[in-house]
Design a binder for this molecule. Structure first.
Ligand code: ZN
Length: 103
């Protein structure tokens, strides 16, 4: 665990991305010009710190699709979200269930 914490903190410290406020009141990351992999990893690390430290309201979950199992951050009320993305895995699962019912 200590090594993982150091890796996350290291990427967060040297990332170089800057948080910016949008006119809609959202946060947007500015990766620099040209954008670098280091800046992108810094954003991932900053997000990981917020999630692991409990700053964000939500829960880590795994996609219910047996062929995906991607990790996602569930911010739904009641934490009942099942798929990483409704347009991909969610629709695949719905279609599969419909097909199975029809036989
Ligand atoms: Zn998925």
């Amino acid at each position: 665990m200590r090594d993982a914490v150091e890796v996350i903190n290291g990427f967060a410290a040297r990332g170089g991305a800057v948080a910016a406020l949008t006119r809609d009141g959202d946060r947007r990351w500015v990766l620099g010009d040209p954008a670098s992999v280091s800046a992108a990893l810094g954003v991932v690390a900053a997000d990981a710190i917020e999630i692991l430290a409990g700053v964000r309201s939500g829960a880590l979950a795994l996609c219910a699709s047996p062929t995906c199992r991607a990790a996602f951050f569930d911010t739904s009320r009641g934490r009942t979200r099942r798929w990483c993305d409704m347009n991909t895995c969610g629709n695949h699962e719905k279609k599969a269930r419909r097909k199975a019912r029809r036989g």
